[in-house]
Design a protein around this ligand. Structure first.
Ligand code: CUV
Ligand code: SF4
Length: 630
């Protein structure tokens, strides 16, 4: 029998309970308490039937008021709210992508930012029809940065990245009229359409939702991922660890949190320098430990093996250890609660982006042109703060698991190459993976993504679903907080192969991979789109025919809905465990769960019962296999 054991959610919760005791001692509150004060939630908001788009309102639809003051019905209100939700998410991911493109413009030989993957840059340049022969790599980088930034506001044509999709998918997008134009334009168009007195026809609103989603996944997010790889290196398999136990009591602990790797990369770089380590020692610490929370953590874990302290709903826990000298944040998914919370401890809460400014934080503005200097100052501040710890409050839960991460598409293709005994066995294609799927050794794949949400017992849905799927020989590709849940539980430990069905276990052994593959951050879901596109092209199938689905069982952010929309629009059925505020309109709900299938060959399923959600995904995968006769 196998010795391998996952860390259980009960163990996670016991560790949190112990930290909350410390919190109580110092008068800190935490999301667990705030949830209580916010429950029950507003029913109108939950169903999406409240409109406050103009100041004649707010209007809400009730049995005795079937229309708002302007006459908008419930379907228009729910549809507009949904589209605005998507626009918020698409804007957020895409603006992050833009920052990366700007960082690329600051790359220079010997500078803070360099081109770490010149091959990838050349590959993309060729794709975009840019002359690469005999060019200086930085000259090329700067031209590509400019072209990429133009993608956001160009006056003609569609997103350049769409060409990466199989022809059939591009044809579907064209026929449905949902090819995204300039990235920013789709956000503006969505806000324009939903202004008072514009579109109230659900079908048109949902079409724009898909187009706006695509402008994220096949636009802004893809810029973010691809140019991050160019700048910081394309991820390769690397060992790391996950959970709060990665923090080291004797060391200066710096926690990076947020999404944009431009800052966290620099922090990691300087925290690793002899000068800074010596400085930490002069302050009485043994060294410096950088660990991460949320997607910026995924970014540096994938490229540097930096350990992951936790995911979204653990961000307060890192401060509650009493051993966090600085929590350094860039953008997105950062609790404003960290301000008052850090004041209860010695922790410095350092905000760095003009996009994300919060009360009770030290704002140290970070730009790509002063990156090194700023990062060094932040690391120094953290070291100097070590002496301010209150030893009686220090407690780091000793929970952690090892994890192998870093599965970019490039890495997956390389790792799986040679797994099969196939004569074809061409290097650089997804054919070995297709062969595993066709032969039934692997039944299919699920892209597990998205956040935590207190509406679902945190991490349980991610972990339980993954356990169920791998036991059924379904391989998981994961990103965002879902990936971190997996890593903390131990599902990214290669030994987790013992929890798989016989087929998947064999593949894990042959390829030396864990059954849950960490593909990166939330913008890296664009990697999953590229993988699906490659699988379709290499197999001659349409994306919608592949036994592959997407799942976000605990999602919470606008970004997640934008992601859901581009995953569906790409032809992959998407399973949600939390309702996106559309239950108030039968028409909108019907379009999302079925109507859109006529346009893009995929749709949403919403199911709050996690066990059922798992069954539904397995059924869908098996139905796709049946349809192919495999
Ligand atoms: Ni986007 S997955 S909470 S950090 S969006 Fe943030 Fe990555 Fe969700 Fe997690
Ligand atoms: Fe009410 Fe119409 Fe104004 Fe919305 S747009 S608040 S439904 S009047």
């Amino acid at each position: 029998m196998s010795e391998f054991k996952l860390t259980t959610v009960e163990e996670f919760e016991a560790a949190t309970a112990r930290l909350l005791e410390t919190g109580a001692k110092v008068g800190a509150d935490a999301w667990q308490m705030r949830v209580k004060n916010q429950t029950p939630h507003c029913k109108f908001g939950e169903q999406g039937v409240c409109c406050r788009i103009c100041s004649m309102g707010p209007c809400r639809i009730t049995p005795k008021a079937s229309r708002g003051i302007c006459g908008c019905d419930v379907h228009g209100i729910v549809g507009r709210n949904f589209l605005r939700f998507v626009a918020g998410g698409a804007a957020t991911h895409s603006d992050h992508g833009r920052e990366i493109c700007i960082t690329l413009s600051h790359a220079k030989e010997g500078g803070d930012y360099q081109v770490k993957d010149p091959e990838k840059l050349i590959r993309i340049a060729k794709e975009w029809g840019v002359e690469t022969e005999g060019r200086d790599i930085y000259d090329l980088a700067h031209e590509m940065s400019e072209l990429a930034q133009e993608e956001y506001g160009k006056i003609k044509g569609y997103s350049r990245w769409l060409k990466r999709a199989p022809q059939h998918t591009q044809d579907l997008w064209h026929a449905a009229g949902i090819e995204p134009r300039a990235i920013d334009r789709e956000v503006s168009c969505a806000l324009h359409m939903t202004h008072m007195g514009n579109t109230s026809k659900p079908e048109a609103l949902i079409r724009q939702s898909l187009r706006n989603g695509l402008s994220d996944g096949w636009g802004g997010s893809m810029c973010g991922t691809e140019f991050s790889d160019v700048l910081f290196g394309t991820p390769k398999p690397i060992d790391t660890e996950a959970n709060l136990g990665v923090m080291v009591e004797e060391n200066v602990n710096i926690v990076v949190h947020g999404h944009d790797p431009s800052l966290s990369e620099m922090i990691c770089e300087y925290a690793d320098s002899k000068e800074m380590i010596d400085y930490a020692k002069s302050m009485g610490a043994k060294g410096i430990t950088v660990s991460g929370v949320c997607c910026t953590s995924n970014e540096v874990a994938m490229r540097r093996g930096i350990p992951m302290a936790g995911n979204f709903l653990q961000q307060e826990n890192v401060v509650l250890t009493g051993a966090c000298e600085a929590i350094v944040v860039d953008v997105q998914c950062i609790f404003p609660a960290l301000g008052p919370l850090s004041k209860c401890f010695h922790t410095k809460f350092i905000t760095t982006s003009p996009i994300c400014q919060m009360p009770d934080s030290d704002f140290i503005e970070f730009h790509s042109d002063n990156a090194g200097e700023t990062a060094k100052n932040i690391v120094k501040l953290a070291c100097e703060n070590f002496k301010n710890r209150r030893p009686e409050l220090v407690h780091i839960p000793q929970l952690k698991h090892k994890a192998t991460v870093g599965y970019s598409v490039e890495a997956i293709v390389k790792t799986l190459d040679g797994v099969t005994n196939s004569q074809v066995d061409e290097t650089g294609t997804t054919k070995p993976l297709i062969e595993c799927i066709t032969s039934g050794v692997i039944r299919g794949a699920v892209a597990m993504v998205g956040c935590n949400n207190p509406k679902v017992r945190p991490d349980t849905a991610h972990i339980e679903l993954m356990k169920k799927l791998i036991a059924n020989d379904i391989v998981i590709i994961a990103s965002g907080c879902s990936a971190q849940a997996a890593a903390r539980a131990g599902l990214m430990d290669k030994a987790a192969k013992d929890l798989c069905g016989a087929g998947l276990k064999r593949v894990c052994e042959l390829a030396d991979i864990p059954p849950v593959l960490h593909m990166g951050s939330c913008v890296d879901i664009s990697r999953m789109m590229i993988l699906a596109a490659e699988l379709a092209k290499d197999s001659g199938l349409n994306i919608s025919q592949l036994p592959v689905v997407g799942c976000a069982p605990e999602w919470m952010s606008e970004k997640a809905v934008s992601i859901g929309n581009y995953v569906v629009a790409t032809g992959l059925d998407t399973f949600l465990g939390v309702d996106p505020y559309v239950s108030g309109s039968t028409e909108v709900a019907e379009l999302l769960t079925s109507g859109v299938r006529d346009w893009v060959e995929a749709a949403y399923t919403v199911e709050k019962d996690i066990d059922k959600l798992g069954d539904l995904m397995i059924e869908r995968i098996e139905a796709k296999r049946d349809a192919l006769g495999i």
